[in-house]
Design a binder for this molecule. Structure first.
Ligand SMILES: [Cu+2]
Length: 149
């Protein structure tokens, strides 16, 4: 085995402050349920402040048996939902989920989603990894369009 001498590594004068975690900003809201309803949806706004493109590959929540990203399409007056697969978020780009478009489908809710409470979500991105957040539960996208930070 070779033993390497310790080298004095000069500190880079221009080193930026330690990374504060990925510059992936996520906000959003989840729709409150009505009695008896065991499914709902969450709508997220994802802003990729990273220098590289990324992809949202999975969403989970302890509040529901299953969470998956869906896209709603309307063709010939027929509204359909299908899995959106991995959602690309380009460098510096924003993806905005909205009713009637991209959404996080929640099925098998453990308990009702009540207005004023929060829904915890864990997002998994291909590059930056895991991003956790809690989104407010609302009746509708009343004040959507405004960033929370
Ligand atoms: Cu759906």
């Amino acid at each position: 085995m070779r033993i390497f001498p310790l080298l004095a590594v000069p500190l880079l004068a221009s080193t930026a402050a330690p990374a504060q975690g990925p510059a992936m900003h996520v906000s959003g809201w989840a729709r409150a349920t009505v009695p008896g309803q065991t499914g709902s949806a969450a709508y997220l706004t994802i802003h990729n402040g990273e220098r590289s493109g990324d992809r949202l590959v999975a969403v989970t929540t302890p509040a529901a048996a299953k969470a998956s990203v869906h896209v709603t399409t309307t063709a010939g007056g027929v509204v359909r939902m299908r899995s959106a697969g991995a959602v690309p978020v380009g460098a510096g780009q924003m993806v905005e989920m909205k009713p009637g478009g991209l959404h996080v489908m929640l099925t098998g809710l453990e308990s009702p989603l009540r207005v004023g409470e929060q829904l915890p979500l864990t997002l998994r991105f291909a590059r930056v990894g895991t991003v956790r957040l809690a989104v407010p539960i609302r009746l509708q996208a009343s004040d959507a369009g405004h960033h929370q930070h």
